[in-house]
Design a binder for this molecule. Structure first.
Ligand code: HEC
Length: 194
């Protein structure tokens, strides 16, 4: 128990309140001693709220080791997407592309495209010890990022639909349109534009 003098008189505060007064000084110091019990009660409630906030934060923000794993999985994801896209473009360069192969690539791209947003959970952005080309704007300008991801998905589905036919010109055009969506997003949200 420790006596504390405030503008409203001297009150007896126990150690709990003394400790709390470091954090919520105004509440502790402004009330006379008969309100100590009340202060402790509201402090308890405050701690409960803080605990709940900490729990929610722990769920939504991964720890450093998890972040490295998320970024590694993201890298695999984009390498897969990049490989399919490159293979597709190579195949379409020839005068008589193998349509079965073309459809395999467009099918893989169409399946991967909707998964792009899930590669970027909150907290997996640039930070010390993590090697990533992701820009912080992915999270600070989330609406624009989701729009760029949706543009990729739309282009990927359109391409895959076109590839079910045999109009090579139409498939080439849809492939170029898809490539534009990669570029557009990289320009804004990736550190190097490759
Ligand atoms: C909505 C945004 C967006 C779209 C669309 C997009 N990318 Fe990316 N891409 C990124 C970001 C951000 C990174 C950096 C990720 C990182 O380093 O953590 C990246 C990285 C990459 C990488 C490098 C992966 C690595 O770790 O080295 C390749 C390859 C890639 N993208 C290919 C593509 C291709 C091909 C397309 C289109 C078919 C595409 N991307 C569409 C945002 C996008």
């Amino acid at each position: 128990m420790i006596p504390v003098t405030t503008s409203r008189g001297t009150g007896i505060f126990n150690h709990g309140c003394d400790w709390l007064s470091q954090n919520i000084r105004i509440k502790c110091v402004a009330l006379p001693h008969h309100n100590v019990g009340e202060i402790l009660l509201s402090a308890k409630r405050l701690l409960l709220v803080l605990g709940a906030v900490a729990a929610v934060t722990a769920i939504s923000l991964p720890a450093a080791a998890d972040t490295a794993a998320i970024v590694a999985a993201r890298s695999d994801y984009f390498h897969g997407l990049g490989k399919s896209f490159k293979g597709l473009r190579e195949e379409l360069k020839g005068s008589s592309p193998d349509l079965n192969l073309v459809r395999k690539y467009t099918g893989d791209i169409a399946a991967a495209a909707p998964k792009l947003p899930t590669q970027f959970p909150a907290g997996s952005g640039p930070q010390p010890g993590i090697k990533t080309e992701a820009r912080a704007e992915i999270w600070s300008d989330g609406a624009k990022f989701r729009q760029a991801a949706a543009a990729l998905n739309t282009a990927a589905q359109t391409l895959n639909t076109a590839a079910q036919g045999s109009d090579i010109g139409a498939i080439r055009t849809a492939t170029d349109a898809l490539g534009q969506t990669c570029k557009t997003c990289h320009m804004t949200f990736r550190k190097e534009d490759h």
